[in-house]
Design a protein around this ligand. Structure first.
Ligand SMILES: [Zn+2]
Length: 428
């Protein structure tokens, strides 16, 4: 037990990762947890689905993982999602989408109270504030969301949830964040709220973001440092998200397993795709993209592809490609944790450079090699060549941000809100 002290106080600058459970796949996470193979220690539940996921929630809590509740309020105010599972929550409405007017003083809607009671009953460590999509400014939602966040704090304190933290979830677009007038406004409004962290969920940023969009997001996040709160990029991942963390723009990332790595606000205006929502997607770190199972099989028919792009990490996929395909969630979670652990082990001042030289550059070299392979299938050939182009186009904007970020502030680091004495065994 003598080493415990060190584990209890990890370097303050470690990059944090949150895993979004989403709707499907929670049984697989339960199995991973039971096998002690879930190194991502912060887990986010959607309120709309947590009821059927209590076994996972309990198992995580008993092992000291940090648990976070997303109240799914933003979906309740959208024309294509209000009557999905979110409509059945105590603060939802399956008859019509909520509007800002519904939250005026004259109305009797007690979202904060209902949400506080719900969070306390599930025993989560933190709740994302009940916020809504801000697609342009000024937005009537901002004032509503600020008031709801304060009310939520009061209600949590009143209903036995004093220890439940609130993170503010700013759900918006890269276009809104690009304008410093908007970010200044957000900073001035958010800095006084009773919150731990600020989450940025930005449509237009995410795992498949271009170099330009990644740069815009990083620069916007840097302006949020004025609010003096740790920042989390939500619905983010891939080299774009990891770069933002390595360069110190954000303190942590949140995504699902092979999903919820990109947020598109436009999706909330379209009917939800029915059925077959969880087709296997297999992550290839060197190309920073996912392949569907049949795509990967076609790719691996190419001479040289297996050797270069198959997982040869024995502790991740002991049976190589078969494991990648059979257990893509294990492969993804392991590879993502390795990327984050590797960067976290590098002092902050050298982390940006380390990312460029030891993560991005080797990936670009691999992608170039991949594009040179004689891929018979035209679709796969294009997938690989597009992945290569995207990685190359990430390099210049990111080196430029890196060159200019020496004098820039870094996001404050995240505090771990689970029970570290319980998780240190699980995470090593
Ligand atoms: Zn693997």
């Amino acid at each position: 037990m003598s080493a415990t002290v060190h584990v209890l106080h990890p370097p303050s600058s470690a990059i944090g990762a949150f895993l979004r459970v989403g709707h499907t796949g929670f049984r697989k996470l339960e199995a991973l947890l039971a096998a002690n193979r879930l190194p991502i220690r912060r887990v986010v539940f959607d309120a709309a689905h947590i009821g059927e996921q209590v076994d996972l929630l309990k198992a995580l809590r008993s092992r000291g993982y940090e648990t976070v509740l997303d109240p799914n309020c933003a979906e309740m105010a959208t024309s294509a999602r209000f009557d999905s599972a979110v409509g059945n929550l105590p603060w939802g409405n399956s008859d019509r989408p909520w509007t800002p007017q519904d939250f005026s003083q004259a109305r009797n809607l007690d979202t904060a109270k209902a949400l506080a009671d719900f969070a306390v009953s599930y025993g989560v460590d933190a709740v994302l504030a009940p916020t809504h999509l801000i697609e342009s400014t000024p937005s009537p939602w901002l004032a509503v969301d600020l008031k709801l966040s304060e009310a939520l704090r009061r209600e949590l304190d009143r209903s036995g949830g004093k220890n439940v933290a609130i993170d503010y979830q700013l759900i918006t677009t890269n276009a809104v964040l690009k304008d410093p007038t908007n970010t200044d406004l957000f900073v001035s409004e958010l800095q006084h709220l009773p919150i731990d962290n600020i989450w940025l969920r930005s449509s237009g940023f995410g795992a498949s973001a271009t170099g330009t969009a990644t740069r815009a997001f990083i620069e916007a996040a840097q302006r949020f440092h004025q609010a003096n709160r740790p920042l989390v990029a939500d619905f983010a991942g891939g080299f774009s998200g990891i770069a933002a963390a390595a360069l110190g723009a954000i303190a942590g990332l949140s995504s699902g397993v092979g999903q919820k790595e990109n947020f598109r606000s436009g999706d909330w205006k379209k009917p939800q795709a029915k059925g077959g929502g969880s087709a296997k997607r297999i992550y290839i770190p060197e190309l920073d993209r996912y392949f569907k199972e049949d795509q990967l099989e076609r790719f691996f028919e190419t001479k040289g592809a297996r050797a270069r792009f198959g997982c040869n990490d024995q502790s991740c996929c002991p049976h190589g490609i078969e494991d990648m395909i059979d257990k893509p969630h294990v492969h993804f979670i392991t590879q993502r944790s390795r990327q984050i652990e590797n960067l976290s082990s590098i002092p902050e001042s050298r982390r940006g450079e380390h990312f460029l030289l030891h993560h991005l550059d080797p990936a670009i070299r691999s992608a170039r090699q991949g594009a040179k392979l004689k891929i018979a299938d035209d679709e796969i050939s294009k997938v690989v060549s597009d992945a290569k182009k995207r990685l190359i186009l990430l390099r210049d904007p990111l080196s430029d941000v890196h060159a200019n970020s020496g004098s820039k502030s870094r996001s404050r680091a995240l505090r771990f809100r689970g029970s570290p004495q319980k998780t240190n065994k699980a995470t090593g």
